[in-house]
Design a protein around this ligand. Structure first.
Ligand code: AMP
Ligand code: ZN
Length: 466
């Protein structure tokens, strides 16, 4: 079946054709590890995971490379501001290396909780300093660089198609707006190597042909992507904020070195998670929420995954706890249905017939239509409600669809009710038999406070997780 993806480079949905048959090279810009990821960052990683799973559904073997930005970098895209890693280290009274290590582990743990497939290669910028230096040297040899004020800059005027991804208008007006650093010959030029650190107590430094210092932010992705995926590969992703600067500069560096165009065939970008006032959730902002905050409020990371699936990745997603509760309830109902099918003896069927096959076909064509997960989720519910399907067909379909959705439907198990809750439910039943409604209500409230809902049945009671 045809797979189409929206390519930022051409601003259109394109039929996906990999460079090598049934093999995809995919690079996703990873986290900057000076703080926890907020759930906005995690939305981007979730979209990339759905993309990877969709490619796998289409029988592609995906080689997925993700970087960890553990070099100290500036808090803004301009070459000024505070060093992010140093800021984290000061806040927590740790070394920058400890900060990077701690938040890298925290990030990996978050990914596991969200059921994101682990990248084939997860590579740290600090482990690839030599590769970055070599790339800067190659750019230097080709005449793309200049040294000014102690730093090595990329000269954007040397690359005629600079800015093509973002369709930058390099006119005087734009120049005036982005001009920040007096050492730059042209406003869009950017640093490849810093030797003149603006931060006196910069801890991460390495020797280089230009002096002791550290790499600019963009070079790590060019160097590592090329190392692991070759000089040209299929897909590169990130959040939309990466289009005008980071990805634009990655393209300039890599195409500058290799001369091969396009470096990447499909560029894909996820829209933001926004907060009620419409602004994006940002690490530097005050109102950012991390995954643990959700867990502390009784929301499973997979509820958040379900919540994100409900909106197309190219649309902004408005965050609110109320909306998350809605996703949580919907996922609970779905899990209950799966349990029900299992109790009714559902078996996994490999070959689906007629109507069931049609559902799978529709689901595939929706995810293949630039990852239309909201439509795909609607099909999941159509399957659940269709009485013409056998429970085995329903169960088998849901598991096949879950290979893309990643909701762990194959792990759904009956929630073990804590003994204390069962005891209270028995006491409540006794109270009801004795027609002591006040006590019965008090016990219901107690059970509720423990996170369970008690219901009355012919046999006595049933307990469901809230
Ligand atoms: P960072 O650690 O800042 O490099 O961000 C990691 C990823 O999260 C990048 O791909 C960003 O584009 C993305 N990102 C940042 N803020 C948001 C947001 N509010 N919603 C969705 N993605 C975001
Ligand atoms: Zn990158």
């Amino acid at each position: 079946m045809e797979l189409t993806l929206f390519n930022t480079l051409t601003r259109s949905k394109e039929r996906f054709n990999s460079l090598t048959p049934l093999h995809v090279g995919m690079y996703t810009c990873g986290p900057t590890v000076y703080n926890f990821m907020h759930i906005g960052n995690l939305r981007s990683f979730l979209f990339e995971d759905v993309l990877r799973r969709t490619l796998m559904l289409n029988d592609y073997k995906v080689e997925h490379v993700m970087n960890i930005t553990d070099v100290g970098h500036l808090t803004s895209d301009a070459d000024d501001g505070e060093d992010k890693m140093l800021k984290g280290a000061k806040r927590e009274q740790k070394t920058v290396w400890e900060i990077a290590e701690f938040y890298t582990h925290a990030f990996v743990a978050d990914c596991q909780r969200l059921n994101l497939l682990a990248p084939t290669v997860l590579c740290k910028a600090t482990d690839h300093i030599t590769e970055q230096i070599n790339m800067i040297r190659a750019l230097e040899k080709k005449g793309f660089t200049y040294v000014h004020g102690g730093n090595v800059y990329f000269d954007t005027s040397k690359l005629p198609d600079y800015g093509k991804l973002a369709r930058l208008q390099l006119n005087a007006e734009t120049k005036a707006r982005v001009d920040q650093d007096e050492n730059k010959k042209h406003p869009h030029d950017f640093v490849l190597w810093f030797t003149k650190s603006k931060f006196q107590d910069q801890e991460m430094k390495w020797p280089s042909p230009w002096g002791v210092g550290y790499p600019g932010w963009h070079i790590e992705c060019s160097a590592m992507a090329t190392k692991y995926l070759g000089e040209q590969f299929d897909i590169h992703c990130g959040g939309i904020d990466h289009i005008p600067v980071h990805h634009t500069n990655e393209i300039a560096q890599t195409e500058g070195v290799t001369g091969k165009k396009p470096w990447v065939k499909y560029w894909m970008h996820g829209e933001f998670l926004v907060i009620s006032s419409g602004e994006k959730m940002a690490k530097s902002g005050e109102n950012f929420v991390i995954l643990q905050t959700l867990i502390d409020r009784g929301i499973d990371p997979l509820d958040y995954r379900y919540f994100c699936l409900g909106t197309h990745y190219r649309n902004p997603l408005m965050f609110s706890f109320e909306a998350l509760e809605g996703a949580k309830n919907a996922r609970r109902r779905l899990n209950e249905k799966v349990l029900e099918f299992k109790k009714e003896g559902a078996q996994i069927i490999d070959r689906l017939e007629r109507k069931a096959f049609g559902y799978l076909d529709n689901f595939t064509s929706d995810v293949n239509d630039d990852l239309n997960t909201p439509k795909a989720l609607a099909i999941v519910w159509d399957v659940v409600k269709d009485d013409e399907l056998t429970v085995s067909e329903k169960y088998s379909l849901l598991l096949k669809m879950d290979a893309v959705l990643g909701l762990k439907l194959d792990h759904v198990m009956e929630e073990k009710v804590p003994a204390a809750v069962v005891r209270l439910a028995h006491e409540r039943l006794k109270a009801r038999v004795a027609r002591d409604w006040i006590k019965s209500d008090e016990l219901r409230a107690e059970i509720d406070a423990m996170g369970w809902i008690v219901g009355d049945t012919k046999e006595g009671f049933e307990l469901k997780k809230k």
